[in-house]
Design a protein around this ligand. Structure first.
Ligand code: G
Ligand code: G
Ligand code: NA
Ligand code: MN
Length: 252
């Protein structure tokens, strides 16, 4: 209870921060960044995103958290563009957001307000969006892609993966959950799952990003499997905006 009030205040005072984790292609090119929320509580210290996202979801604060994250990310995209750094940023949205009828229009309005082209924003959703009301979710996602925003399906394989739904959703990228990537090199079943997922995604015209890549061997295996991009500590952990700026510049 106390934490909910503190989170509400933290959103008002700007104490919730965004960090950015790169997605890179195998030629080293930066494919994009993922925005990840971070909250350092004045007394408790760092609160894990899982904990406060759950609080936001169950308390009805999620719309405010998403608005905050979108505004912060869009302001940062605009700042980077003014510096000549043009890199798409992905924002995580919850199933709750996708089921809210005005969501696609609200995102379009925010893009316009920040003067950010829709192609610079990506939204990451999970398969859970399909649990409640698949038709409503599809309407929102179609609205968003109609505005030019790209959709990415996050944590693929951990939820309610239905190929029928996957085919019906207007997503352009699929992210293989790190639980499959972590043991790719040592576990032949995980390797097979990853291989099939990449082939399936490609046959549906989707780009594939592997999450949680921590070592060279995994990187090489994913490259051999024709994965499109990777994300993980091998490349970089999520970094504050200024550190991300330096990281992007150092990459050329
Ligand atoms: O880095 P990490 O501990 O941040 O992320 C933990 C979880 O929180 C992940 O599942 C991630 O997708 C989720 N998450 C991180 N940032 C956001 C956000 O801004 N909004 C939502 N809805 N989820 C987020
Ligand atoms: O659910 P989502 O995929 O958005 O969550 C991303 C989570 O994974 C974040 O908590 C992020 O900090 C974490 N993460 C990012 N890269 C790595 C990695 O290479 N290894 C591990 N173990 N976690 C990672
Ligand atoms: Na994500
Ligand atoms: Mn993920």
């Amino acid at each position: 209870l106390g934490l909910l009030g503190d989170l509400r205040r933290a959103l008002d005072s700007g104490d919730v921060e965004l960090h950015y984790q790169p997605k890179v292609r195998f030629d080293g090119q930066v494919a994009g960044l993922e925005a990840l929320v971070r909250w350092v509580h004045p007394e408790r210290g760092r609160v894990s995103p899982e904990e406060f996202i759950t609080i936001a979801e169950t308390s009805g604060l999620m719309p405010q958290l998403t608005e905050y994250v979108l505004d912060t990310a869009l302001a940062q995209i605009a700042r980077w563009r003014r510096m000549g750094l043009d890199v798409p940023v992905a924002v995580n949205v919850s199933p709750r957001d996708v089921h809210s009828p005005g969501f696609a229009g609200a995102v379009a309005a925010r893009l316009a307000r920040h003067q950010v082209p829709p192609g610079s924003l990506q939204l990451e959703i999970t398969e859970h969006v399909l649990l409640e009301d698949p038709q409503r979710a599809a309407d929102t996602l179609n609205g968003l892609t109609g505005h030019g925003v790209k959709m990415s399906l996050d944590d693929f394989g951990t939820g309610y993966s239905s190929l029928v739904h996957l085919r019906r959703l207007p997503v352009s990228e699929l992210k293989i959950d790190r639980s499959f990537v972590a043991r790719l090199v040592v576990d032949s079943e995980d390797a097979e799952i990853v291989r099939c997922t990449i082939d399936l995604a490609h046959s549906l015209g989707l780009l594939v990003v592997a999450e949680g890549v921590e070592d060279d061997e995994t990187w090489e295996r994913l490259r051999d499997l024709h994965c499109d991009a990777v994300q993980g500590w091998l490349v970089a952990a999520a970094m504050p905006a200024e550190e991300t700026t330096r990281w992007l510049r150092a990459r050329g």
